[in-house]
Design a protein around this ligand. Structure first.
Ligand code: ZN
Length: 281
């Protein structure tokens, strides 16, 4: 397998990092995980073939993970996609796709189909809403997911909490395993999902030493794994290679602090992803 890290930043604007987007090459297939800010430009820079990237797996509905979803649906169709984009995501994903393509960008689609007929009819998406267990199996590739804790300890209404489903993903192909935490803090479900992974891609938002005020302490505790827990997750799961991502905009020296913190907890290889990296495993 080969992982392309196309967006390794978070929600804060960062001149060095796009928001969440990854493409995993598994055998002949190209699977995409999240489609956040900058995804389209990164895919184009890498020369990845838009029409052949399918399915798309969405971790959750924060804007830094789905901000370019409509753009991707239109751009991949203009680039030659003739199959529906198969999207797997948490409950609520279908309503988002329907709103974007049926309402927000309905005129864009009508312009390109009713006026510029050269592109043919618009080919949209087939959305499957999932929340745990096996979700995809084409004979060569198996994908499963699990629910993560991402902000669930914050003072939301119970209704919001019921509708805020955040997923981590596990892909098995040709004897290799890739896992991706999505946005998550440490949990038994995350450790179980990542167990034995050949490459575990883990959000690691900040250096623990930077969690100085109550708000940031809450981020580290309830919302996103930071350098004090990312290595522990990898150690407990026994992963073979830990790749950190989803960094807050920070001084480069703090990335060295993150690496040192994580290496104290995890003895295996640790990499800090940059946009446009490729990692074969
Ligand atoms: Zn998030």
């Amino acid at each position: 397998m080969k992982l392309h890290t196309l967006g390794t930043g978070g929600p804060m604007p960062d001149p060095r990092r796009n928001a969440s987007c990854y493409v995993l090459e598994a055998g002949e297939a190209k699977l995409m995980f999240d489609v956040g800010r900058g995804a389209i430009a990164s895919l184009a820079k890498k020369g990845l073939p838009f029409p052949r990237i399918n399915p798309l797996f969405i971790s959750h509905h924060h804007v830094d993970h789905i901000g370019e979803l409509a753009d991707y649906l239109i751009a991949s169709w203009l680039a030659g996609r003739r199959e529906k984009l198969r999207i797997y995501g948490p409950p609520g994903t279908k309503a988002i796709v329907d709103a974007l393509m049926g309402s927000v960008y309905a005129r864009d689609v009508e312009f390109r189909t009713g006026g510029e007929t050269v592109f043919g009819p618009f080919i949209s998406a087939e959305v499957t809403e999932v929340r745990a267990g096996a979700v995809y199996d084409d004979g060569a590739i198996k994908v499963s997911c699990a629910e993560m804790e991402h902000g669930h300890g914050l003072p939301f209404t119970s209704l919001f909490r019921q509708n805020w489903i955040c997923l981590a993903w596990r892909v098995e192909c040709g004897g290799k395993t890739f896992t991706f935490s999505g946005d998550a803090v440490m949990s038994d479900a995350l450790v179980r999902l990542a167990t034995g992974s050949d490459l575990h891609l883990q959000c690691c938002y900040m250096a623990a030493s930077e969690l100085r005020n109550d708000h940031l302490k809450g981020v580290g505790k309830y919302t996103l794994a930071c350098s004090d827990t990312a290595g522990k997750i990898a150690a407990q799961a026994g992963v073979k290679h830990l790749v950190l991502t989803h960094f807050k905009r920070m001084e480069p020296a703090l990335l060295d602090v993150i690496a040192a913190d994580v290496r104290r907890d995890f003895a295996g290889p640790v990499s800090l992803a940059n946009d446009l990296d490729e990692i074969e495993f």
